[in-house]
Design a protein around this ligand. Sequence first.
Ligand code: 5AD
Ligand code: SF4
Length: 448
Amino acid sequence: MDKTFYIETFGCQMNAHDSEKVVGVLLEKGYREVETPQDASYIFYNTCSIRDKAEQKVFHRLDTFKRESGKGKVFGVLGCVAQQEGEKIFARAPHVSLVAGSASYSKLPQMLVRLEAGEKRVTGLKFDEQEAFETPFARRDNPYRAYLTIIEGCDKSCAYCVVPFTRGPERSRTSHSVIAEARQLADSGYTEIQLLGQNVNSYRDPSPAAWDFATLLARVGEIPGLRRVRFTTSHPRDFVKDIIDAIDQTPTLCNHVHLPVQSGSTSVLAAMQRQYTLEEYMLRIDWIKKARRNIAITTDIIVGFPGETERDFADTLNLLDTVEYDSLFNFKYSPRPNTAARSMADPIPEAEIARRHVILQEHQRAIQIRCSSLLVGAVEEVHVEGRNKALNQWIGRTSTNRTLNFTHPETDRDLVGTYLPVQVTRAGPNSLVGAAALDGSESIPRVV
Ligand code: 5AD
Ligand code: SF4
């Protein structure tokens, strides 16, 4: 069997980064990544189980591919579905030989050796306290922007969520190792770092230095060579004002906070076991809005949680009007295994969940159209991420995490990875359009 592998990733940024670690660890052991599952001996799916749809997608993929051209190949299910379903996966998809959760990626080569030695089925499902968060081999997909895990797992117990089960208890990295890794990334040319954690702001340095999240954030932001530092996802309960002060005082920290609220109704928040009231959440919003910097706020909302009344739903719509989020992720409630909400009374019918989902989507769209239009004429610094040749546009991202597609007179220069001032000329609900802000004397914008 040759050592070729193909990996497909589902789900969040944590999963995307886990796949980068898996790829790096396997390349280090002499495996070779290929572009299509057809060309691979090993096919890995790094899976997401946050909602039922995501999980079904994985089983569907496993089935179709097996029927089409999966003969003689080894299939591995990694990540959250692996952790959640464990050995049951072998019964549901008998052609799978490997089932391994996210904490096991560093042990993957040993597991493959066992399969190569003839074992039929191998699992890696333990949460190892000594696990390595990062590996020097992580093969990052983007040469300018790097993910960096600072905390794994989750100690909260939101009534709808599988994550505490699939990613295990909270484990923070030492501040020393985070800083060392961030320095190394800066030294090797990365200018943007995104600190990752399921609840990134619950970070607690286990070393004697005992830094809190705000301190770690500010110190990462001071590393020479870094231009932008982001972090995701924050939990409102652990969101302290020091984080906003750090953003105000550290120019590299981006003007963006993702602060999932889930619902605008205090009684739904209580049923969800979110550990904050709407008032407490609004206090955090107030800190962010009063910051010296103009910080964009984004959120996650779940509609149709069991027991959500019309009144509760109206409270959520009101919250959108009050906060005017820059954007949001709107999810239909999906009952998950091992969660408290699964057996809660008063489930909302699917059609009603779908109706609320559409209403909320449209409500937010109108807000985004209104708020984005205020940006026309502004000059924003973008980090250039790519190019849309068909439209003759470059694709950039603002510090506030908005996509800004822009034109530039120099067509033969590669701008990807640079930072440029761009003037916004048009604003849609989800992205902006602009033109490089050239300062009269030069034809090429200043690369700041
Ligand atoms: N149903 C719907 N949405 C969910 N999320 C988490 N669990 C569920 C579920 N069971 C959403 C939350 C969370 C985001 C990552 O996914 O909004 O913030
Ligand atoms: Fe899930 Fe809640 Fe933990 Fe977020 S804080 S990962 S929603 S349990």
